[in-house]
Design a protein around this ligand. Structure first.
Ligand code: SF4
Length: 369
């Protein structure tokens, strides 16, 4: 099982902090760009001039490996009940809010609306609750989504046992799983996950590995930007991803970059990862992982998304609503109170696809098969 080597991370960042600008540029241009060079490319010494070099290389590597295709996907929230109390999330069980759990029929109704928007790539999302993660409930849902012609069906729900992932792959052809560690720092992890199953750091950390062993074809990784020091988190994520790619190479991995957004009941003062640090992180990860997909969510503003897409991204969520049943219901004035987090890019999927085309990209509605 993967265990983050915090001592190694600390040393790498310490060495980087003592480096000069010239050493950082040498590291970035190094032919064998590895973990030390990656740590250097996150240095606070990086100014606009160096960032331009990193961004240029990142964009170039992305086009070389992925061409100009950008895959579009949409989340379908089907249950906002949750037994956890993550202090950064609107679905936190301590929040008094209307809880909705869609039935099989209601999920399919939402999916049909989504299909009519052209999407073939769908992500089922739910708070962590035993009923929303019940395999007997999920298998027929995922099967039906495939029958509706969705070519890629992924889940972002409570972490499951290896055998449960195996059943979802075997009986329903589950295509993908998204699971973020949120933070690799154990102390911060404990403070922001005070109760519920999610407070078990090791259980969550091993989720990607359980899914990979069970044969889940695509696994999305990442951390929540704003909880811990972003450089430490990045080096730990890089170690985690390298481990998964080395030991469980049969699965294909991707990275997402969720930045903390305001949510109902959020009472912590989280530090915001700046736009510059966000770009630094995306581009440095691309320099380290040439073949790994990178995903950008609607948590970011339209202007920011349009500006950073060319730097390394390969997939985008579009038209997202984070309320169960949101696509088939009319928006009420209390709609925002039911969201998991505030969506910033409210453009329609067609508008986003059109902007991508205008900027020379090929919007792809179905994922790679
Ligand atoms: S982040 Fe997930 S587990 Fe935590 S409160 Fe929100 S829905 Fe529940």
């Amino acid at each position: 099982m993967f265990v983050p080597d915090h001592e190694k991370t600390r040393k790498l960042l310490e060495i980087t902090d003592k480096g000069t600008k010239r050493e950082i540029i040498e590291a970035i241009n190094c032919e064998n760009f590895g973990l030390s060079e990656f740590a250097a490319s996150l240095s606070p010494l990086i100014d606009n001039e160096i960032l331009k070099i990193i961004a240029g290389r990142s964009a170039q590597l992305t086009r070389k490996r992925f061409g100009r295709a950008i895959s579009l996907y949409i989340p379908l929230y089907y249950d906002n009940r949750c037994t956890n109390s993550c202090v950064y999330c609107g679905f936190n069980c301590r929040n008094e809010m209307e809880r909705t759990s869609l039935s099989y029929e209601e999920i399919i109704k939402e999916a049909e609306i989504i299909r009519n928007k052209n999407f073939k790539n769908i992500l089922l999302v739910a708070g962590e609750h035993p009923e929303s993660a019940d395999i007997d409930f999920l298998v027929p849902v995922i099967r039906k989504l495939h029958e509706l012609d969705f070519t890629c069906v992924s889940i972002e729900i409570a972490p499951l046992e290896e055998e449960q992932y195996r059943t979802l792959v075997k009986d329903a052809h589950l295509d993908g799983l998204y699971v973020y560690q949120e933070t690799y720092n154990r102390d911060i992890y404990a403070s922001v996950h005070p109760a519920g199953k999610k407070s078990d750091y090791n259980w969550r950390l091993a989720t990607a590995e359980r899914a990979a062993k069970a044969g889940v074809p695509k696994i999305g990784t990442g951390f929540l930007l704003g909880l811990g020091d972003f450089r430490e988190e990045a080096v730990n994520l890089a170690q985690h991803l390298s481990y998964l790619q080395k030991h469980h190479w049969q699965s294909e991995y991707s990275i997402s970059f969720p930045r903390i957004r305001n949510a109902k009941g959020m009472d912590e003062n989280f530090s915001r990862v700046s736009d510059i640090d966000f770009i630094k992180l995306v581009c440095s990860l691309r320099l380290l992982f040439h073949e790994t997909g990178m995903s950008l969510s609607t948590r970011e503003t339209p202007q920011f998304r349009d500006a950073v897409i060319p730097l390394g991204f390969t997939s985008l969520s579009a038209g997202s609503l984070t309320v169960p049943g949101g696509y088939s219901s009319r928006r009420s004035k209390d709609f925002e109170l039911l969201e998991q987090f505030q969506v910033e890019d409210n453009r329609t999927p067609e508008e986003i696809a059109s902007v991508l085309s205008q900027n020379g990209f090929d919007p792809v509605w179905k994922d790679w098969q």
